[in-house]
Each structure stands twice: as structure tokens, then as C-alpha cells.
Design a protein around this ligand. Structure first.
Ligand SMILES: O=C(O)CCC(=O)C(=O)O
Length: 238
């Protein structure tokens, strides 16, 4: 029996849906031009040094405020980011809401990020523009908490699939691909294209290619639903 169409949530992006992955992935190659990519990179690297936070395996800039269970004290996004948060919001990526938060990650070759979930502080959609280099984003089954499972649950045994994200592309993850599966980037200097790369046919790469990484910047664009008003927080009447 044919599978029902699982790419119904963003009709404008229907042809970019990655049908080889669980619901729902949209992969849009060349979402921005080379000139836009260069302009964004210039803005990222013009940010004051104090805007960077060094973590193990990457460094990042946080824009829009710090998500918090009690609500994010929202800060206006700079115009160079707002152009893209609006463009993506207008695709209905956040169900009609507007993106209000951007994490800028920088990975040098050999760096990465541990498998993780993005969690409940965000609307359950993550959208990512990549700059500078391609990378493989890997997806994993969650650890099974069932006490009857006695075999060790290694990262290898939980591995599900990968997506190749190329520079200038837009990736949108929703539904199970946001809420169920974990995602991460292995600390490697190159990536090998196998049949586990679910969007390979939508990229410039082919089976067997080994792609060396260079420095990659990702703009991780999301919507934080719970926001607190600064005036209220300071006890002022509004
Ligand atoms: O760099 C990426 O594409 C992934 C970033 C990520 O998973 C995160 O910021 O939580």
C-alpha cells in the first residue's frame, strides 16, 4: 500500500520534502545566494568578541534572548538576521508564528555537537541555514527506558539516518524528526556519502563521495513561545 503523503504541513515546500526520512524534513538547496552567504558571514564575524560563547566542540552566538521555562526576556533581533527569520516565518514554518530566536554555531573541521533534543522551550520546529561548509547531521533513536531491554544501547545501535546539509541550504525539521529523534554532528574532518544519507538525491554529492569539512556556520532559527515583558519583570505598570 502506498504511504499517505506525510509532507502536508508546508504546502509551499512540498517538493523539498525528504520522503526517505520519518516526518518531517524539508531540505531546500541554495535557499540563499552566494552574495547573501558572504554578507551573513561578514555580519557573524563582525559581532563583538563578547557575543561568542566557547563550548567544547563549537562556539556560539545567542540572539533574541535566553530561552527559559519562566519565559524568555526577548531582545530585538538585528536586521541582518530578521531578514531571514521573516522569510522563513512567511513559509509558515512556525504555524503562523514569527521566529524570535537565533543560535549561530561555528564548527571548525573536527568539531561537532553531541546527539541531543532541542526540547520543549521552543515551538517544535527547527530551521537551519548553513554557511561556509557542508556537514552530515546524524539522527538517533532515543534511549529506550524499558527495563526489559538488556542489550547495550550504543550511539551506533541507535543510529537512524543522516542528512547532508550544504552551504546556503535551508533545513526544516518538524514532527517526529523534532520531537522523537535526537540529532548531532560527529567530530570528524570529512563525511562519507552512504545510502544512509536520506536527502543525497537532492544534493550535489553522490554515493561514495568523501567530502572534507571546512569551517561551517549554522544559523539555527526558532520560535520561543513563552516570552516575558521586560516592563512587567521590572515591576512597571504597562
Ligand atoms: O549546527 C547545526 O546544524 C545543529 C545545531 C544544533 O543542533 C543546535 O544548535 O541545537
Amino acid at each position: 500500500m502506498e504511504e499517505p503523503n506525510k509532507c502536508f504541513s508546508l504546502p509551499v515546500l512540498g517538493r523539498y520534502c525528504v520522503t526517505q526520512a520519518p516526518p518531517t524534513v524539508y531540505y531546500v538547496p541554495e535557499f540563499i545566494s552566494e552574495a547573501e552567504e558572504q554578507a551573513l558571514l561578514k555580519q557573524v564575524y563582525s559581532a563583538p568578541k563578547c557575543k561568542w560563547t566557547q563550548l567544547s566542540g563549537r562556539r556560539l552566538q545567542n540572539w533574541g534572548g535566553l530561552p527559559h521555562p519562566k519565559g524568555m526576556l526577548a531582545e530585538k533581533l538585528p536586521e541582518w538576521l530578521e531578514t531571514y527569520t521573516e522569510k522563513i516565518s512567511l513559509l509558515s514554518a512556525f504555524g503562523g508564528r514569527h521566529a524570535n530566536h537565533v543560535l549561530v554555531n561555528e564548527y571548525k573541521p573536527g568539531e561537532g555537537i553531541m546527539p541531543h533534543e532541542d526540547g520543549p522551550l521552543y515551538f517544535p520546529t527547527v530551521t537551519t541555514i548553513s554557511l561556509g561548509s557542508q556537514v552530515l547531521l546524524d539522527f538517533y533513536q532515543p534511549v529506550c527506558r524499558d527495563s526489559e531491554v538488556t542489550t547495550p544501547q550504543t550511539e551506533e545501535s541507535r543510529y537512524l539516518l543522516s542528512l547532508l546539509v550544504e552551504p546556503r541550504s535551508l533545513l526544516i525539521l518538524q514532527d517526529e524528526m523534532y520531537t522523537r529523534y535526537l540529532h548531532g554532528i560527529q567530530e570528524m574532518t570529512d563525511d562519507t556519502m552512504t545510502e544512509c544519507v536520506a536527502n543525497l538525491n537532492s544534493t550535489k554529492a553522490r554515493l561514495g563521495h568523501i567530502l572534507p569539512r571546512s569551517t561551517r556556520i549554522s544559523l539555527t532559527i526558532r520560535h520561543v513561545p513563552k516570552v516575558v515583558n521586560a516592563a512587567l519583570l521590572l515591576g512597571r505598570k504597562k
